[in-house]
Structure formats: C-alpha cells, structure tokens
Write a protein that binds this ligand. Structure first.
Ligand code: LLP
Length: 432
C-alpha cells in the first residue's frame, strides 16, 4: 500500500475513496475496484502496439470479472472482449457492448449458445473442436449466415507461473492438437465450409505467467502453423491470437512484468518471424483477464471473532470467505492483507484470516503481520479483482457481496449485495 493510498485518518483509500466510508455505506463484504487502475492496465497493453502502428486487438477475458458495468468500462476503453458462456454474452448484451467486438470461447458450447452468438452477430467464434465445427457448419448453413471463426490450437507449450514446459503434444481438454494433425484437418474443414470465414488461429498457454519466454515460444509455434496453412492450403491467416495469462503481483514473492513488457516481447517476436519469412505481420490478438482487473480489486471485510491457540496460532475471522473468494481454498492462492481502518498502526501480531464458512479450509490468508485487531475493524484483502467475484458462490446460503467502482474520490455501486430473499428466489416448495 503506497502513501497515496492512505488518508490523514490512517484509512486505506481506493480510487481516492476512504474504505471505512465504503464499508459504512455499502456494508461488508464488499469488493471495491480502483477503475483508474483497470484503465491504466488496458492502456499499458495498448501502448506498444499503438506506437508501433501495427494491427492488434486487446480482448478482455471477461471470465476474470464480468458485470454490466465492467463491460461498459471495457467499451469505454475501446477494446474487445471474449466470453465463454451465454451468461457472459448476455451480460455484455445488457451492457450495450458492441457485439462485433466479442469473441466466444469454450470447449463445449451448446447449440443454444452458438445460436445466440449467431443471432447477435458477434465478431468471432473460436472453434475448439470437431463437434463444434460440425454444429456451427450446420447452423450457419441453415441460416445462410456467415461468421468469422478462429481455430483454437494447442501448441504443446504449458506455462506454469515461473516455468514453462514444451511437450510437443499437450494433454488438454481445449483445442485442436497441432502435432497429430488435428489443427490441419480442422482448417481444411473450415475452408470448405461455405459460411465459416476463418480469420486465424488461437492458443492460450496458461495463467499467471511471469516470463515472456512462453509467449515467444507460442508465437513461433503459431507462426509455423499459419505459414504451413499458407503453403499447403493457400490460406493466409490474418490473425494470430496468443491468448492471455499475463502474471500479476499478489505477494512480495512475485515480480511480474508490466503489460508494456509483455506487449513489447510479443510484438518483437512476431515482427522478427514475419520479416524472416517475408510475410506481412498478422494482426496480433491477446486476451488478458487477470492482469486487467486483478490488482484493481480489494475485498473489504468486517472483523468479528478471534480465536487463539496459545503457542500455535491466532485466528481472526471475517464476515466473508470462500463464497466471495475461493482462490485460497481452491488453489492455495496467497494474498496480502492490511487493516484498512488503521493502516499506520504498528504491527503487533501474526494472525491467520479465517472466513465464516463451515469448512476448515475456508481461510483467506495465513500468517499476516497486522496491528492489534478488534471486532468491527475493517480488513482489506488486496488484489482480489480477478476470479474473486466471478467465482463467487452461495455456499452455506451466504448472499454474495456487493461490488463498487471507485475513481477520482467517488464510488458507485455496480453490483448490489444479494439479499436473503434472493437466496430462495429459484426454490420451489413442495406441492403437497
Ligand atoms: N484466454 C483464454 C482462452 C483463457 O482460457 C483464459 C483464462 C484467458 C484468456 C485469461 O487468462 P488470464 O489473463 O486471466 O490469466 N480461475 C483461475 C484462472 C483460470 C484461467 C482460465 N482461463 C484463477 O483464479 O487463478
């Protein structure tokens, strides 16, 4: 937490708004986004491509955080987005997001989902497998409707955080395998399908990646593939989509690159390969999710009970937990926390932050160095903007939290807090 994020009262600020006031006005648990930070990340990715004057698209992977206001913000920043379900597509529609700037991912899109995408004339469907290719061929033929498509391929690179592995053949549920020739037969089928208009190839090598090597290797594999398609099938793919996965900082152990550095590395490599092979630089697409919203979000909780096991551990419990942030329980994800109403108070204890869910694994953070804590204090878990609210559940029949956007000292509610009556809205009582 930087000095600019603390006010005279020693309260944490988000987008210039006092988090203690936020907790008072909207209640807790509350997820507060610093929207200027979101804009800054997007602009970081764009900057390098803009100044190089090349064709590109930044497509926000909306699975990281998708609400009507978020799609509107993405649209204000004039980038594309990708969706992975009818639900995300519907939310984008409700936000008035331009449908020609949407691409649709997923390894098992239903007929209804494909039909909705066609009804909406979305920008591009990223075909994942032969079943989908066949369905989409049938649907578009029946409707006599053209649609841009990309093929998702698995280039045999998996990047896991600090490491990446080259396997040649990737064991993944997603996409057409390159090595065994699936990607080639898929493009042949697409090229012979009357209404499927291929625009390129897509790959996604993993998430929370810290080095550029994986992306550089992916760029090479993808360019090899489109060169092959060009030579063998006379198909000049206009787009190479390298997916998302750009890592962010959650704790001091992590030193991620800036969006600019990722863009730069990708652009340089793509240019190098294009000029070596004397072809035009294809349009470069990337799909950042986490890196756009992760650091912008903060979860605010009210501290309730404490439990100390002498000589072992002190638990501090908050009014949320795995229902609003399942990442610690699911992935052993680490977060840093601060006492939002006493940022400058001296550290006096090491405590572990427990959620309120009836499960021992419901811990939000371990071994946090904090000042004295009392019930009623506001605890902030930092950097929860990606895959927090979007993976929220009603486990234990807890209502999901509210979400606010903060910018220039002002806050705006963008998702209402769920109420108890919302929890039984879909329940149907016994009829006798
Ligand atoms: N493109 C595709 C095709 C993807 O599958 C994903 C993420 C992205 C882009 C965006 O990746 P990002 O830039 O956010 O890393 N729930 C997990 C993360 C799952 C990522 C799934 N795919 C988590 O909380 O860490």
């Amino acid at each position: 937490v930087g000095a600019s994020q603390v006010n005279d009262q020693g309260h944490l600020l988000i987008g210039g708004v006092d988090t203690v006031d936020l907790a008072k006005s909207y209640g807790t648990p509350l997820i507060a986004y610093d929207t200027a930070n979101i804009r800054q990340q997007i602009r970081g990715f764009k900057k390098i491509f803009d100044s190089a004057g090349v064709n590109y698209q930044i497509s926000y992977a909306s699975k990281a955080f998708a609400t009507v206001a978020m799609y509107q913000l993405i649209n204000q920043e004039n980038i594309n987005c990708d969706v992975v379900s009818a639900g995300e597509l519907y939310t984008a529609m409700k936000a008035g997001f331009p449908m020609n700037k949407v691409s649709f991912h997923g390894n098992n899109k239903s007929v209804d989902e494909l039909a909705l995408a066609l009804d909406q004339r979305i920008g591009c469907i990223i075909i994942d497998n032969f079943h989908e290719l066949h369905l989409l061929d049938q649907l578009t033929t029946a409707r006599k409707q053209h649609i841009n498509v990309m093929l998702r391929v698995t280039p045999g690179i998996s990047a896991h955080t600090h490491e990446y592995v080259m396997t040649g053949q990737e064991d993944s549920k997603f996409g057409f395998d390159i090595k065994s020739g699936q990607a080639d037969s898929a493009i042949k089928q697409v090229l012979s399908a009357e209404y499927l208009d291929p625009i390129g190839a897509h790959c996604h090598i993993g998430s929370q990646i810290f080095a550029t090597e994986g992306f550089i290797m992916a760029a090479q594999k993808m360019m090899d593939l489109i060169l092959k398609w060009r030579n063998e099938y006379n198909f000049d793919a206009p787009v190479v989509n390298l997916g998302g996965g750009f890592g962010i900082r959650y704790t001091d152990d992590e030193t991620p690159l800036h969006p600019e550095e990722f863009s730069q590395a990708i652009l340089e490599e793509m240019k190098k390969i294009a000029s070596k092979n004397q072809i035009n630089l294809p349009e470069i697409w990337i799909e950042p999710g986490r890196s756009i919203v992760g650091n912008a979000g903060t979860s605010l909780y009210t501290i309730g009970s404490h439990k100390e096991i002498p000589g072992v551990r002190k638990y501090v419990a908050v009014d949320g937990g795995m229902g609003d942030n399942i990442r610690p329980a699911l992935y052993q994800a680490k977060y840093e926390t601060v006492l939002a109403n006493k940022i400058n108070a001296p550290v006096t204890q090491t405590v572990s932050i427990a959620g309120k869910y009836c499960e021992s694994g419901d811990m939000l953070a371990w071994n946090q160095e904090l000042p004295d804590t009392h019930s009623g204090d506001i605890l902030a878990v930092l950097d929860t903007g990606a895959y927090g609210y979007s993976m929220a559940s009603n486990y234990n029949r807890n209502p999901r939290p509210a979400v606010v956007f903060c910018e220039n000292g002002k806050s705006q509610l963008v998702v209402k807090r769920e109420q108890l009556e919302d929890l039984t809205r879909l329940d149907v009582p016994l009829n006798n």
